[in-house]
Ligand binder design. Structure first.
Ligand SMILES: Cc1ncc(C[n+]2csc(CCOP(=O)(O)OP(=O)(O)O)c2C)c(N)n1
Length: 578
């Protein structure tokens, strides 16, 4: 067993060395007085050129948590964040909820108010060290983390760091929380020895049992009208090739209902759009792939004899208290692995259904052609519309982007106009819909992939939740030239839509200005990016859209500055509400 030894270090020094040894590259942080020993350790590591996670100063916790999510999505590695005691933890909880519901492994840490009033190095020295103390600081996070702990001493440091990483990276992945008391971080150690490389690895992904797999394969292979419904599966980069191959071979339509990631290419004939209703009604077999909510039970239900199969790392979504979708069979596995196994297992039972499968192939292609036709008609109508339509903005973004661009969606962006053809090209990781996720995610992706064009799309409401001054600051400081596009419809359309959904003929419906759903001050978001040296433009007419995007692209790709296009636009009239 190989070991490494550090001499004359603090627990903070040892902690940073361990994290670096375990492959943690960045520390996304927002500091406070609790960080004093950690900052000293970071400064020491920098001065002496020792391995350590590189600190990224995030002026707001929301930026840090979501950068961690973005960096994870681009690398598949666990990410480290650290915040100021209870108050920093509180500000970071929106990001925690998105990470938890999106199964993102974040090592979410925070300082802990000094425990001692006047003894031990690191003891209390400010009034806040009393007023910020809580009986159970981790309690704030407990419903959304897989594991939490408070570091007690140096002896357990290696076990705790390794356990955090192994737990968070095991399926279903998710955040863990560690609080770090100032006295423990300040402890001085003559010697610290640890195992390197680590001997504690995450659990290998699970696979369905042979019996369950055969049963699922038989149901899907023999079905007359099967459908696959997904919205999150595309977050696993292995899903798009596996799903496309399975859907193609057995001619099964794939509905991407309220898709946060995209699991099948836009123009694939088995891509059946975003509305599951007609498919659910007609289905005799449904595969719900990594999807917590496959349809709205108040709108549609499968027939009584339709078999419903769920496949996901946690197919029962045990974190949701109430979820009553039928589940004749639930396969707990990584979705790409499960799909590949299913593909092979369906070959034999599908033989007897070959005629129906071939007929279905034509039906799916015809359905897809109708979708393409409707998308094209909508786009043609939006080309010159005033105010600018979200379809036109989406199309123009697709026109100017480079082939390898990654697009982050926290906006009414219409993904059917993006010609998606590869995994994880579009990311919408606000799994809990905690708004304020898009900009941090875009920053994290760009940090991991500096040579890739990253486009962050924001609704105007969403943009403000991002604490944009914080996000633009990080973009400038870390030299992350991102193209930002704000869909500025001067309202919270999703909230308005939900209001009308409950009372279609009510007072709110009869007013364009129902309380708490609109912004009445003309907002010049293009000026906000200038605060951090970025390029900003405001666009109000459709024909300005492409030239403005081209100028912004030049700022991003040639001048290496972030750029923001503030597009004053219409509401998106075919999006679902959050
Ligand atoms: C942190 C947080 N607060 C409030 C909400 C509720 N909410 C959902 S969508 C939405 C409006 C978003 O506005 P915008 O980004 O402009 O998009 P639009 O709805 O206009 O398309 C709000 C306020 C939320 N999801 N998250």
């Amino acid at each position: 067993m190989a070991t490494k030894t550090l001499e004359n270090v603090t627990v903070s020094d040892a902690y940073l060395a361990l994290m670096a040894d375990r492959g943690v590259v960045y520390l996304f942080a927002n500091a406070g007085t609790d960080f004093a020993p950690m900052i000293e350790a970071l400064a020491r590591a920098q001065a002496l050129g020792l391995p350590h996670p590189k600190p990224v100063t995030c002026p707001h916790e929301n930026t840090a948590q979501h950068m961690a999510i973005g960096y994870y999505l681009a690398t598949g590695r666990p990410q480290l964040t650290m915040f100021h005691v209870n108050v920093g933890t509180a500000n970071a909880i929106n990001g925690l909820l998105n990470a938890a519901r999106g199964q993102v492994p974040i090592l979410f840490t925070a300082g802990r108010t000094p425990l001692n009033e006047d003894t031990l190095k690191g003891h209390r020295s400010l009034d806040i060290h009393w007023t910020q103390e809580m009986f159970d600081q981790a309690g704030m996070t407990r419903e959304s983390v897989k594991w939490d702990y408070e570091l007690r001493n140096a002896e357990q440091l290696e076990t705790i760091v390794d356990r955090m990483i192994a737990v968070s990276m095991s399926d279903p992945k998710g955040p863990v929380y560690l609080s770090l008391p100032r006295e423990v971080l300040s402890l001085e150690l003559a010697k610290f020895t640890y195992t390197s490389p680590t001997r504690m690895h995450p659990a290998a992904p699970s696979a369905p049992s042979a019996e369950a797999l055969d049963e699922a394969a038989s149901i899907l292979a023999k079905a007359q009208n099967p459908v696959i419904i997904t919205n999150w599966a595309g977050r696993n980069p292995g899903v798009m090739p596996a799903l496309t191959a399975l859907a193609e071979r057995y001619a099964i339509p794939v509905v991407e209902y309220r898709n946060r990631y995209i699991a099948i290419p836009t123009h694939h004939p088995m891509m059946a759009g975003g509305n599951p209703d007609q498919f659910v009604r007609a289905a005799d077999a449904i595969l719900v792939l990594d999807t917590a909510v496959p349809w709205q039970p108040s709108k549609v239900r499968p027939s009584a004899d339709c078999k419903v199969i769920h496949m996901a790392p946690d197919p029962l979504y045990t974190y949701v208290p109430v979820r009553g979708f039928p589940a004749d069979l639930s396969l707990a596995c990584a979705s790409d692995l499960g799909l590949r196994m299913l593909h092979d297992a369906m070959a034999e039972p599908a033989r007897s259904n070959a005629i129906r499968i071939e007929k279905r192939r034509d039906e799916c292609a015809a359905h897809h052609a109708r979708l393409e036709d409707a998308w094209a008609r909508k786009l043609a109508a939006s080309r010159d519309s005033s105010p600018i339509s979200p379809s036109w903005i989406s199309h123009c973004i697709n026109e100017v982007r480079s082939k390898d661009a990654i697009i982050v969606k926290e906006s009414p962006l219409q993904t059917q106009y993006l010609d998606v053809d590869r995994p994880c090209m579009v990311l919408n990781p606000g799994a809990a819909s905690g708004l304020g996720h898009g900009m941090g995610v875009a920053l994290g992706v760009k940090l991991a992939r500096p040579d890739t064009l990253v486009i962050g799309t924001e609704g105007d409401g969403a943009y403000m939740y991002n604490v944009p001054v914080s996000a633009h600051y990080v973009a400038a400081e870390q030299q992350l030239p991102i193209l930002w596009v704000v869909f500025n419809n001067q309202r919270w359309q999703a909230v308005r839509r939900a209001t009308l959904g409950i009372n279609p003929d009510g007072y709110a419906a009869s007013s364009e200005r129902a309380p708490l759903t609109y912004f009445s001050v003309e907002q010049h978001y293009e000026k906000l990016v200038e605060v951090s040296g970025g390029y900003g433009e405001r666009v109000t007419e459709s024909k300005q859209m492409l030239p403005a995007l081209e100028r912004a692209m030049k700022a991003v790709t040639v001048d290496k500055r972030q750029a923001l296009i503030n597009v004053v636009c219409d509401v998106d009239n075919n999006a679902g509400g959050d």
